[in-house]
Design a protein around this ligand. Structure first.
Ligand SMILES: [Zn+2]
Length: 238
């Protein structure tokens, strides 16, 4: 079996992988990922502020209801007061004072809630501005990344892919099939490994057993016996 071509073919994929790594290791990629994470965090903050403001609004509605109720009661007491007996007047006065205290308390609470809403509103505006800024920065980083890929990386990948494709006809079809199967299975790369005669072991570190060496001498190759590896192993000269 001739493994020379498939090794060369594999080298193209190795170089393509390097280019893809370059994309991920680029400054603009890191920046875009960072900005995106920050955007998500700020969006969560904004959501929390909105939620808090919402619950304050509901509370304000409730307090308003009780303010209205108190005010109506006070009006009723006042109307009854002028024509009431002295005894009733004393009773009404007590109730009136109680209701007034209740009203004042509700009004204070209302004022607090309104203040809180205003504060949350200001905070919300600040966070929204921060979010807009981060979205802009993310867009810029993404654009820088796209430009970098288009100018530096994608042409190289295209060239490597084209050169790799050109080789296909010269490769032993059974080896190419093995190769493609490994691509499909997302096997460990490199899929094929030429063993050194002096120290025959796989790149995963697994040394070749006597059985494996016999298999190579009979079949021309073997698979690494490490369960997590299964790379195709062979001696290039044989
Ligand atoms: Zn291995």
């Amino acid at each position: 079996m001739n493994f020379k071509e498939i090794l060369e073919y594999q080298q193209y994929d190795g170089q393509i992988r390097k280019q893809i790594k370059n994309k991920i290791n680029s400054e603009s990629y890191a920046r875009a990922v960072k900005r995106k994470t920050e955007c998500e965090a700020v969006a969560k903050k904004l959501e929390a502020v909105d939620k808090e403001a919402g619950s304050n609004i509901s509370e304000i509605k409730e307090i308003n209801k009780s303010v209205l109720l108190c005010a109506n009661k006070i009006k009723e007491f006042s109307e009854e007061f002028s024509s009431a007996s002295d005894e009733r007047k004393a009773q009404l006065f007590g109730e009136l004072m109680q209701m007034k205290a209740k009203l004042e308390k509700a009004e204070r609470k209302l004022e607090e809630r309104i203040k809180k809403i205003k504060m949350l509103g200001d905070e919300g505006i600040k966070i929204a501005e921060q979010k807009d800024k981060l979205i802009n920065e993310y867009s810029k980083a993404k654009k820088d990344y796209d430009n970098y890929c288009a100018a530096e990386i994608n042409p190289k990948i295209d060239q490597l892919t084209a050169d790799k494709k050109k080789m296909e006809g010269s490769i032993d079809p059974s080896l190419l099939e093995m190769y493609n199967q490994r691509v499909k299975e997302k096997a460990k790369f490199p899929y094929f490994h030429a063993l050194s005669k002096d120290k025959p072991s796989c790149i995963c570190g697994m040394a070749l057993s006597q059985t494996a060496i016999t298999e190579i001498s009979e079949k021309g190759y073997c698979q690494c016996e490490n369960d997590g590896c299964h790379r195709i192993l062979f001696f290039l000269e044989s």
